[in-house]
Design a protein around this ligand. Structure first.
Ligand code: ATP
Ligand code: MG
Ligand code: MG
Ligand code: MG
Length: 478
């Protein structure tokens, strides 16, 4: 089954169960002071849960473009190094707004996975919330009982607050959740260790696919919980992980979501992807094909790379990709922009914004690559010197001043310096770096109040875009 068919079957299944199918919200949020990016399917429905707005239908399903690179959900460090965490991913979801609750949510999920997708039951485990005395929260016995109708009791695992109490951010709607994990190991591997011991243990082939959240609370700004006006269901299933399981693969990168992109990187770099976890070249290829999706979708949704806020997050992701390709794939010229056409071919039918914004996305990425490549060589030489100097002084930490200089002069985001430092078992003086950044902010505020706009109104700008040109120190950092 192709990934397109897998997505469609999910939507068709829930449509048949009376759900209204809606499009994904943009990946970048512009009207939410608590969050820069959609980091889960429920983000666009927050107001429904809080009772501020009426949903279009009490039952909704969709696939949501998500980005987990900042704030409470930040998976960036794992991306490229494991096989199942991405920066940008699709979250398939079904919702009940004050309509059905735990029983139906559990029954639907089970029916879809085992009867429609035909995943063998003996490959599945579920987790439920064990409760938390400090917040007066009980064990989720209802979920336990509903699961018991489908799955043997020894496959229902108690989970703690970290895994089984879902919170969108520091505040907002939240509640106990019940996750479904899938075991895709070979029979031989399964005989060695029980999958039960591997659930929520970072095993690359016993992975969480679906999270069913039973939304009952709102976490207030002061940290306390209050009951929501009514109870809701919010589920999120990792699309790329589902494709991995259904396509009989052991890495998301071996599914047709990524293979066309990987083939193009192989063609452009002359390097072969071998899927090895620790191999620097393979890590770099995974980073590149992951990051291009995050950046392309963000730009297609209107977020240009820039030096502040959400734009800086996008610039950082792009520069991380460029630097991995530069260092481990030998890519000294701009090339990432060439992946945009592949992405559009693969995903444009479902996400028309990629078709509509292809030119803008391609041009912006190309400009960014050219501009960063101008300084990367010098920056890498400079960081080598700094690292050697630090080591020769017997120190273990790169100074904030040095990391700021790398940022300000060579365009190295601090996390890029951190990655390179960590390869030599060094750390970065984060506090010192922040201090330097703050000083810079004060200087720019004083010297110019000029604001760089990093958000484009696509209809107007898409046609007239001719590139943009600014250097790090000229721009106003927000
Ligand atoms: P994990 O424990 O694997 O990090 P999670 O518990 O943080 O996942 P949820 O917040 O429950 O994830 O999100 C719902 C689903 O989205 C997960 O069950 C998983 O399938 C998928 N998912 C979460 N984070 C990522 C990611 N970074 N890349 C791809 N899929 C993801
Ligand atoms: Mg996670
Ligand atoms: Mg989890
Ligand atoms: Mg989860």
């Amino acid at each position: 089954m192709t990934s397109q068919q897998i997505r469609q079957q999910f939507l068709d299944f829930f449509k048949e169960k009376g759900h209204l199918i809606v499009p994904s919200a943009p990946i970048v949020l512009k009207d939410d002071p608590t969050l820069m990016f959609s980091n889960s399917g429920m983000t666009q429905f927050k107001d429904y849960f809080l009772g501020y707005k009426e949903p279009k239908s009490p039952r909704i399903a969709d696939t949501q473009k998500c980005l987990r690179v900042s704030g409470k959900h930040n998976d960036l460090d794992d991306v490229g190094r494991d096989t199942y965490h991405h920066t940008m991913f699709e979250m398939l979801g079904n919702w009940s707004f004050g309509d059905y609750f735990k029983k139906e949510a559990i029954d639907y999920a089970w029916e879809l996975l085992t009867e429609v997708y035909k995943i063998p039951k003996e490959n599945l485990y579920v987790t439920i919330f064990e409760g938390d005395a400090s917040e007066n929260l009980d064990r989720d016995n209802d979920a336990y009982n509903f699961w018991k109708a489908h799955i043997s009791e020894d496959r229902i695992i108690n989970g703690n607050k970290k895994d089984n109490f879902w919170e969108m951010g520091e505040s907002g709607p939240c509640g106990p959740c019940s996750e479904i994990h899938i075991d895709i190991r070979t029979e031989e591997e399964k005989a060695k260790v029980s999958g039960l011991d591997l659930v929520n243990n970072d095993h690359p082939q016993v992975v969480e696919v679906w999270n069913l959240v039973f939304m009952e609370f709102n976490r207030k700004a002061d940290g306390s919980l209050e009951k929501l006006p009514s109870r809701h269901v919010d589920t999120g299933m990792g699309f790329e992980r589902l494709c991995m399981a259904l396509q009989g693969k052991t890495s998301n990168y071996d599914t047709d979501v990524f293979t066309p992109l990987i083939a193009k990187v192989e063609e452009l770099s002359g390097k072969k992807y071998t899927g090895i976890l620790e191999d620097e070249k393979d890590i770099a290829i995974r980073v590149v094909v992951d990051h291009i999706r995050a950046v392309a979708f963000a730009i297609a949704d209107g977020q240009l790379p820039s030096n502040g806020g959400a734009g800086y997050v996008i610039r950082r992701i792009l520069r991380r990709g460029i630097s991995y390709a530069y260092r481990f794939l030998g890519m000294k010229e701009a090339f990432l922009y060439e992946l945009v056409a592949i992405l559009k071919n693969e995903m444009g039918a479902f996400f028309p914004e990629l078709v509509k914004q292809e030119r803008l996305v391609t041009e912006v990425i190309r400009e960014e690559e050219i501009s960063f490549l101008k300084t990367i060589e010098h920056g890498l030489k400079r960081i080598d010197l700094i690292i050697n100097d630090t080591i020769s002084k017997g120190q273990k930490t790169l100074s904030g001043v040095d990391v700021f200089e790398l940022y300000d002069t060579y365009g190295f985001p601090a996390d890029l310096s951190r990655i390179i430092a960590e390869e030599k078992q060094l750390t970065v003086d984060e506090v010192g770096f922040e201090e330097e950044m703050n000083k810079q902010k004060q200087r720019s505020k004083k010297s110019s109040a000029q604001k760089v706009y990093d958000w484009v109104v696509l209809e107007e700008k898409a046609e007239s875009f001719v590139g943009y040109d600014h250097t790090e120190s000229e721009t106003y950092i927000t």
